[in-house]
Write a protein of this length. Structure first.
Length: 243
């Protein structure tokens, strides 16, 4: 068995903006008379996309939210996110370097509950959008982590070559992309729901303790935990997972 592709979660792994998303959810919900705490967010809503988060918060508050109301909330949060992002996004240390070295060896995908425009905006700011072969965003699935649907969709897209069919400078893939199996994919996640989603899709998962503890990530099913993206090199991945 050997790794054939690497799939990154986004918020909390590459972009250090989980606190921003919580603050914006809290802000928009407060305008609707719904209050959530940081503990609520981490224990109940983290891992949801915007739609599911807003819907769950309204349900928990005993309120109804139809599609039009949810669409309005999502749009308002997205507009505020851009305003905040324009003031400067924070990326985790070695995010750019990790994408550089990983994408030189394997196809790289993003699987996130964030909106596609937010993901692409942040990757452009990092000058790394062209290194990403596949993006599975909130618009691409109706199911949220820990459901494995997003990662299964990422695998299907990788099998077809993604939007960027890349040549890998270190070595050519050992098998064509259409032969890529779930077990050949390595997922990098910071959330418990994300780890569970990856494992549910049959993939291998590395946790990074930016949001939860090392023990919590292992308990969720992580195959390994790294202290930061600087550890995530092709050499480390091959030592850990190629056999």
């Amino acid at each position: 068995m050997s790794i054939g592709a690497v799939i990154f979660d986004f918020n909390g792994v590459l972009v250090d903006d989980e606190a921003v998303h919580f603050a914006l959810f809290q802000e928009v919900l407060a305008e609707e008379g719904v209050v959530i705490t940081e503990r609520d967010y981490h224990e109940r809503y983290l891992g949801y996309d915007d739609r599911a988060c807003f819907l769950a918060a309204f349900t928990d508050a005993g309120e109804l939210a139809d599609c039009d109301r949810l669409d309005s909330l999502i749009a308002r949060k997205a507009e505020r996110y851009v305003e905040v992002a324009e003031q400067g996004l924070r990326y985790f240390p070695a995010a750019a370097e990790a994408l550089d070295c990983i994408s030189a060896r394997w196809p790289v995908a993003i699987c996130s509950g964030a909106l596609r425009r937010e993901i692409e905006y942040a990757l452009r700011r990092l000058v790394r959008l062209d290194q990403i072969s596949v993006i599975i965003a909130a618009e691409d699935t109706t199911k949220c982590k820990p459901d494995p649907d997003g990662y299964r969709r990422a695998l299907a897209a990788l099998r077809t070559g993604g939007r960027n069919a890349r040549r890998h400078s270190t070595r050519e893939r050992e098998s064509p992309s259409h032969e890529l199996n779930a077990a050949d994919c390595l997922v990098v996640e910071d959330s418990l729901a994300g780890i569970q989603s990856a494992k549910g899709a049959g993939m291998r998962a590395v946790g990074i303790p930016n949001t939860y503890t090392t023990d919590e990530l292992f308990d969720a099913g992580a195959d390994a935990v790294i202290t930061g993206l600087a550890m995530l090199t092709p050499q480390w991945i091959s030592r850990q997972f190629d056999f």
